[in-house]
Design a protein around this ligand. Structure first.
Ligand code: SF4
Length: 367
């Protein structure tokens, strides 16, 4: 049995009228193997790329590269807030579960939310704009972007953007849906060769690769902020605690930062900040246990032991990469030089930041 979305994707792959592009989220590469008899926490990125090509995708790109671009823009937002003395904390925005929760329960806190779009939408925006120039797509061919994600809510995220006239991502398939689709087409990951991501966009750094495990986004933004300031400080956040705080000195300033998974823990830290009148500069918020590796779209059944192995596998995978932050990523510099201009300009705001969330925040703040 395959899902309705999978049937539609398959139809597009088979009719060949559309250039089909897939992107793979960080957390998927350490969980997909479970569906094909691999040991828990086996990282199968190159085999999955090969399987998606067999399925009929023309190009396969790495959502981690989108995460790198998000990191760079978010580090710039942090820098602006530090220069302007707030508002703090800057709260990460790449978790749609948290954003939905925030819109409902913390509308007043949403002005503190980063305006960066999620990595899948950011990458989709770059595919539909910058990349099309390089692919020299003929006028009669459309491009279909399909995100392979650990999270069913990512379907809603793609639709939200579509409702404001952007269609960066046409379909989202969860890890489980994608596994079912591969099995339906008799594609066994174990029998697939290894293929690398298509090169046109670029190579992701450690920062973007860790986005799927708790603490990964916080580490990415802080290290990128340090790189931006010419400070050699780097932090590693590899603990799986549901709620943890850290302090780090960058560019002569002490920054208090925190990460949370599980929305009940977010309530705790917000209370704590109020009671202790504490200034926290940056908080990573993820709705799911251990971050996106524990998302509602991953193979089931899940438990903490399984999620821990997935999170550790993702960290190990990220460490194999030499480049630490997107600030040092030549591929990203090239996109900014050729197309986006500087970080934080009108063009990046229009393409990579959330108009939708902005209007929702404004509406909520008026109430
Ligand atoms: S933490 Fe969970 S709800 Fe949030 S984006 Fe990741 S998988 Fe989705």
């Amino acid at each position: 049995m395959i899902s309705k979305d999978s049937k539609q994707v398959l139809g597009m792959l088979e009719n060949k009228k559309t250039i089909m592009v897939a992107q793979i989220a960080p957390a998927v590469r350490v969980s997909m193997g479970e569906e094909f008899g691999y040991n828990l926490g086996t990282e199968i990125t190159e085999k999955l790329i090969s399987a998606l090509k067999q399925l009929g995708f023309d190009y396969v790109f790495d959502t981690c590269f989108g995460a790198d671009v998000v990191t760079l823009e978010e580090a710039y937002e942090l820098d602006l807030r530090i220069k302007n003395n707030g508002p703090f904390p800057l709260m990460t925005s790449c978790c749609i579960g948290w954003r939905n929760h925030g819109l409902q329960f913390y509308p007043q806190k949403l002005k503190k939310l980063s305006t960066c779009m999620a990595p899948q939408i950011t990458l989709g925006a770059l595919i539909n704009s910058y990349l099309l120039k390089y692919l020299k797509v003929k006028d009669d061919k459309k491009v279909g972007v399909v995100s392979i994600m650990p999270c069913i809510l990512k379907k809603q995220e793609a639709k939200q953007e579509a409702t404001i006239g952007l269609e960066e991502v046409n379909f989202v398939l969860t890890t489980k849906e994608c596994a079912d689709l591969l099995k339906y087409k008799n594609i066994d990951l174990k029998k697939c060769g290894k293929t690398d991501f298509d090169k046109y966009l670029g190579h992701a750094t450690q920062a973007g690769k860790k986005f799927g495990a708790t603490g990964g986004v916080l580490e990415a933004v802080i290290n990128t902020y340090a790189a931006m300031k010419g400070d050699k400080t780097r932090i590693t956040i590899d603990d799986d605690k549901p709620l943890n705080e850290y302090s780090v000195n960058i560019d002569g300033k002490k920054l208090n930062i925190a990460k949370v998974w599980g929305l009940q823990n977010l309530d705790k830290i917000i209370e704590q900040i109020k009671c202790e009148k504490k200034e926290i500069h940056l908080i990573e918020v993820m709705a799911c246990p251990f971050g996106c590796v524990g998302g509602p779209g991953q193979p089931t059944p899940v438990n903490n032991e399984k999620n821990k192995k997935r999170a550790n596998a993702l960290r190990k995978y990220a460490k194999q990469e030499n480049m630490e932050t997107p600030y040092d990523n030549k591929d990203i510099r090239k996109i900014y030089n050729l197309y986006l201009d500087k970080i934080g300009t009108e063009k990046t705001k229009e393409l990579l930041h959330m108009g939708f969330i902005h209007s929702k925040i404004k509406n909520n703040l008026k109430r």
